[in-house]
Design a protein around this ligand. Sequence first.
Ligand code: IP8
Length: 259
Amino acid sequence: MTVVLKVGGSVLTRKSEPETVDEAALGTVAEAVAGALAGDSPAAPAAPAVGDLVLVHGGGSFGHHHADRHGVTRTAGLHDASAITAIHAAMTDLNATVVDALQGAGVPALPVAPFAAATRGADGTLALATAPVETMLEEDFVPVLHGDVVAHAGEGATILSGDELVVALARALGADRVGLCSGVPGVLDEDGDVVDQVGSFDAVAGALGGSDATDVTGGMAGKVRTLLDLEAPANVFGLEALGAFLAGGNPGTSIRRDR
Ligand code: IP8
């Protein structure tokens, strides 16, 4: 059972305060992951334990703060080496804090910096070298990747979102399950209620703003579109449901293309 789990930056950091970790939330994540790896899953005791687990985290008030300041997005790049380094350094700082908390809870977490493992072509296509992650998994480690900057043909460097990494990893590793732990409890309908299942984009287009084709801001519409294209079933849920997801449950919104 291979699980790719992203924990959003809005969960791990206080978005309004630059470079501030939400220690309580990080502690909750670390305990949930440690409990799942130890087979301690009260929420769904009959579910299969997590086997191989790959974690990805977003930028929150670390990466996005710097990215905004330098005007760089996933498509509009920059050539300023010191600015690129500053964005990357903010993300590796957050990653070190996340890895430290996980290790403190007993999780064999290892940092993986995508900047040195990824590249984006002129057409925006991402190439990610996953051999280090695969070897870490074979050695029973938990690789922890993060949103980052990426060298981009014709653009200098652009932002690499954690969502893109989740998709690349899920495909390369043939993941069995994908989880997005976000700041909201799932995909919300027009009334603000969680939608249990999404099998096509059209079913939720109204609530998500329909024709949101490019979604450079990384909103829910883009996440749903991307997750629908995956072979693996995915769930979008809030922090309160992380333990249930890791225990094999389907909290929040289950996303899988109708077939
Ligand atoms: O929060 C963004 O990752 P995301 C990473 O997953 C940076 O979109 C550097 C802003």
